[in-house]
Design a protein around this ligand. Structure first.
Ligand code: GAL
Length: 318
C-alpha cells in the first residue's frame, strides 16, 4: 500500500507544471525550447523552440522538437532543424522564436522563425518544411512579410483552422497577417496594432480575441499587456497590464497562449520565457493558466499547477 502510494505520488508530482523551475525532459535534461510554440497533432502536443544547450556547434542554429500528451511530461525527439547560415546572414546570425503550422491541403508541416544578422537589422522571417511533424525540416527561404520588418513572431491558429503570423514591425507596431494557402507566404494583413510590442500572442476565447505583447526591453522582463477585439481586424481595445506592473510579468516574456479545450472546461495557458541572457541554456519557462473571460485577462502569481487535458481543467496549488 505504502509502495503504491509512493508510486502514485511520484507520478502525480511529475504531472505538475512548476513555473520557473528546471523542467526535465524524458532524458532528465532541462527542456531546450525557448521562445517556442506548440502544435497539436491528433492527441499529441509538439513543442518547438530555440535549442540553446551548452556545447552545440556555434556555427549552426537549432530548433528542437519535443512531444507530450499531457503538456507536463515531455519527450525529446530531435533537433528538427539544424542549419548552417543558409543565406549568408554572416557569423552571429540569429534564429529565434520558431513556430510550426500544419497545412492540411499540402499535408506539409511549415516552420516559421525570425532570422536576422548579428545586429538585428535584416528583420526577416524564414520558412522551412517537412513531411512529418518531427521530420528534418528543409530550409525554403527568408523574406520580409508583406515587405515589412519582422522581428519577434507569434503563431495563431483560429478555431476555424486559419493560420496567422503575428510579427513585430519596429517602425509601426504589431501586425497580424494571414498565411497563404500553402503557408509558404504571408498573404493578407488583418490589422496593424500601432503599439511597439513583441513576444506577440493571440487567443480566441468565447467569441473574443485577446492579444498579448511585451515591451521592447530585450531580454529584460517588463509588464506584458493585453487588448481585446471582436474580430482580428479590430478595433482593438487599449492595452492593459496582465499582472501587477511591478512584478514585470513575474520575470517572464510571452511567447504563446495555448487553448486547451476539454470535456468540462477550457484552460488558456500563458507560455512565457524567463530569459537568462548570460546562461541561455538555463532560461526557464513560466507557464500558468490564465484567468480569462468577459474581456478580462490576468496572469496569476506563479505556483505549481496541474492540468487534465481530457477535461480541460487546471488546478493551481494553494
Ligand atoms: C527580445 C526578444 C527575444 C530576443 C531578444 C534579443 O526582446 O523577445 O526574442 O530577440 O530581445 O535581445
Amino acid at each position: 500500500m505504502l509502495l503504491a502510494l509512493g508510486i502514485f505520488t511520484a507520478f502525480a508530482g511529475s504531472q505538475t507544471i512548476s513555473p520557473g523551475e528546471i523542467w526535465p525532459d524524458d532524458r532528465g535534461q532541462h527542456i531546450q525550447a525557448h521562445g517556442g510554440g506548440i502544435l497539436k497533432v491528433g492527441g499529441t502536443f509538439y513543442w518547438f523552440g530555440e535549442e540553446r544547450s551548452r556545447g552545440l556547434n556555434p556555427t549552426y542554429r537549432y530548433v528542437s522538437c519535443y512531444s507530450s500528451t499531457n503538456l507536463a511530461q515531455w519527450t525529446f525527439h530531435k533537433d528538427a532543424l539544424k542549419v548552417y547560415d543558409p543565406e549568408n546572414f554572416r557569423p552571429g546570425w540569429i534564429l529565434e522564436r520558431p513556430k510550426v503550422f500544419y497545412n492540411a491541403k499540402t499535408k506539409k508541416f511549415v516552420m516559421y522563425m525570425h532570422v536576422d544578422d548579428a545586429s538585428y537589422k535584416l528583420a526577416r522571417v524564414a520558412v522551412a518544411i517537412a513531411d512529418t511533424v518531427d521530420g528534418d525540416y528543409q530550409w525554403v527561404k527568408s523574406f520580409r512579410p508583406l515587405g515589412h520588418e519582422s522581428r519577434d513572431i507569434g503563431q495563431f491558429i483560429d478555431d476555424d483552422g486559419t493560420a496567422y503570423l503575428i510579427f513585430e514591425d519596429r517602425p509601426f507596431g504589431f501586425r497580424i497577417a494571414k498565411l497563404s494557402d500553402n503557408y509558404l507566404n504571408v498573404e493578407k494583413e488583418m490589422c496593424l496594432i500601432p503599439m511597439h510590442m513583441e513576444g506577440g500572442a493571440v487567443v480566441h476565447y468565447h467569441g473574443l480575441y485577446y492579444a498579448i505583447g511585451s515591451a521592447l526591453t530585450g531580454w529584460n522582463p517588463n509588464p506584458n499587456k493585453y487588448a481585446t477585439a471582436k474580430s482580428l481586424e479590430g478595433p482593438w481595445s487599449d492595452f492593459t497590464d496582465i499582472a501587477p506592473p511591478e512584478k514585470n510579468t513575474y520575470g517572464s516574456q510571452s511567447t504563446m497562449m495555448l487553448k486547451v479545450t476539454g470535456m468540462k472546461a477550457t484552460t488558456v495557458i500563458f507560455m512565457g520565457d524567463i530569459w537568462k541572457p548570460a546562461t541561455q541554456w538555463d532560461s526557464r519557462y513560466l507557464w500558468m493558466p490564465l484567468e480569462i473571460g468577459d474581456g478580462k485577462l490576468s496572469l496569476p502569481e506563479p505556483k505549481p499547477w496541474t492540468l487534465d487535458v481530457e477535461t480541460g481543467e487546471s488546478v493551481i496549488s494553494k
